[in-house]
Design a protein around this ligand. Structure first.
Ligand code: HEM
Length: 131
């Protein structure tokens, strides 16, 4: 019952929600995230999260994760950051990324929350230019 409740919440969430394993491979991508990045679920599952970001982050993301596993010092987990996402059509968009670490019974996964801030950016730019 509770699992169905959680599934419904994730499925209908406005923000994108993506779960990756310790190697950065996608395990769950909710419909909002599929839509934001322009992919079908089957094109994402099992693939590296780095495919959803432009360079230089794309080439370095495995290294970011490795560094965290080595040092235990997070730079985004529990803090959040504005980053750039790369869509299937090659366009880039800004979003606010929050990451949480989830300890399952036998292993750890990461859940990323993708909050599109394209419109917020457009409004900010307007205010800046016409203020
Ligand atoms: C670390 C970028 C998506 C999980 C980082 C760092 C950057 C970054 C720049 C390192 C920050 C630093 O060392 O200063 C991005 C970009 C994304 C993205 C551009 C766009 C798609 C995700 C998602 C997840 C994730 C969706 C989880 C589902 C992690 C983890 C770390 C990390 C676990 C290491 C821990 C930490 O530094 O807090 N990412 N990331 N990333 N990212 Fe991502």
């Amino acid at each position: 019952e509770s699992e169905n409740k959680f599934n419904s919440i994730i499925k209908t969430a406005v923000d994108g929600i993506i779960t990756i394993d310790l190697h950065g491979l996608m395990e769950m991508v909710n419909p909002a995230a599929q839509k934001l990045f322009g992919y079908q679920e089957s094109e994402l599952l099992g693939r590296n999260i780095s495919m959803l970001m432009p360079e230089p982050d794309s080439s370095q993301h495995d290294g970011y994760m490795e560094r965290y596993h080595r040092t235990g010092i997070p730079h985004i987990i529990g803090i959040g950051r504005e980053v750039s996402g790369l869509r299937k059509d090659g366009s880039v968009f800004p979003f606010f990324l929050s990451i949480s670490e989830v300890q399952l019974v036998d292993r750890k996964v990461y859940t990323g929350f993708v909050h599109d801030i394209t419109q917020q950016k457009v409004s900010e730019e307007r205010l800046r230019r016409y203020a």
